[in-house]
Design a protein around this ligand. Structure first.
Ligand SMILES: [Zn+2]
Ligand SMILES: [Zn+2]
Length: 337
């Protein structure tokens, strides 16, 4: 089974946090955290529709300028989500530049910036390039279940965690994954083709069973078609399985409240991206900075039941000791208690 998402850390385990979540079947991507983005080519930046920022420490937010510069003058839109205070910080970033030349650019670039408060209300502003990024208020939304984005094929949820300051963790969840029984398809005399993707999309979007489906293909005898309904093909050739979840947790203190919230967010994740800033031998330092050690990250991974784990945000003090960090995480993950 192939997930619709292909996640990749932009800067590797020692660099600034930024997780690029590419869509396999669409020219679209999500970005989680906005560290240094110089390694991300413009064509990949332009695929980003939504940006999720855990908190605005510089290593998680300094990539904003590159993002802005690449998007300026293009007809494109970006939604951004962050913790309390985030909207004003985006506005301050934009206010740091002079915008008297906006008419010379061909396109408009629109940012919707949203921040989450402790009561899970989302407060937003629209900032339009053509309008020199003068903020327009958006209607406040009450979020349920921490869901920031809810689309037919996937949702993005957040958890409010503690890093000495509020810090968001994120989960990207594919709603359902549709597999095709190839042998049943052959029994019905139907070849694969673009019609199958249309059918899968219709099923994921919850199309009614009586909706017609046109199976069509071309061979040397010309074009053929057969008509079915979504309901019949769903029963005959498709198998719906739960979708995959990717979770992202960084810059968090190791305490019971955070662990409980992380387990809620990341429980059953296919892959957990988790910070691993320090080794256990420096646990006092990790505690003072509200960060995790590799051992603590391993325990959290076990508590979440994540199938795969990708540690990141290693402190530069461990340059050359990457294997120790990974080994400590693995040992704690596999420990019995
Ligand atoms: Zn931080
Ligand atoms: Zn950080």
């Amino acid at each position: 089974m192939r997930s619709i998402f292909s996640p990749e850390l932009v800067n590797g385990p020692f660099g600034d946090p930024a997780l690029y979540v590419d869509f396999r079947f669409e020219a679209r991507a999500l970005l989680i955290d906005l560290g240094h983005l110089d390694l991300l080519p413009p064509k990949k930046i332009l695929r980003i529709s939504d940006v999720f920022v855990s908190h605005t420490h510089m290593d998680h937010f300094c990539g904003f300028d590159r993002l802005l510069r690449i998007c300026l003058g293009r007809d494109t839109a970006l939604r951004m989500f962050g913790p309390p205070g985030f909207v004003a910080q985006v506005e301050h970033k934009l206010a740091a530049y002079t915008w008297n030349l906006v008419e010379r650019y061909p396109g408009d670039f629109v940012i919707e910036a949203w921040e989450i408060d402790a009561a899970w209300q989302a407060h937003g502003r629209r900032l339009r390039f053509r309008d020199r990024f003068r903020p327009e208020p958006l209607e406040t939304r009450q979020l349920s279940g921490g869901v920031l984005l809810d689309e037919p094929a996937f949702r993005v949820r957040a958890a409010l965690l503690d890093h000495g300051i509020p810090c968001l963790g994120f989960a990207v969840e594919e709603k359902a994954h549709v597999n095709v029984w190839k042998n049943r398809l052959t029994e019905l005399g139907l070849p694969v083709g673009p019609w199958l993707k249309e059918l899968k999309d219709a099923v994921i979007r919850g199309a009614p069973d009586d909706q017609p489906v046109r199976a069509w293909w071309r061979d040397r005898d010309g074009e053929h078609e057969r008509l079915f309904t979504v309901g019949v093909l769903k029963d005959d050739i498709l198998r719906l399985v739960p979708g995959e979840k990717i979770a992202y947790v960084t810059d968090v203190a190791f305490h019971d409240d955070n662990r409980r919230h992380i387990a809620d967010l990341a429980g059953g994740a296919m892959r957990l991206f988790i910070e691993c800033a320090f080794l256990d031998e420096d646990a006092a330092l990790a505690g003072a900075r509200s960060h995790l050690t590799a051992g603590q990250a391993g325990r959290i991974t076990r508590e979440c039941g994540a199938e795969f784990v990708t540690p990141f945000h290693f402190s530069p003090r461990y340059e050359g000791r990457e294997e120790e960090l990974r080994a400590e995480l693995e040992a704690a993950r596999r420990a019995e208690t």
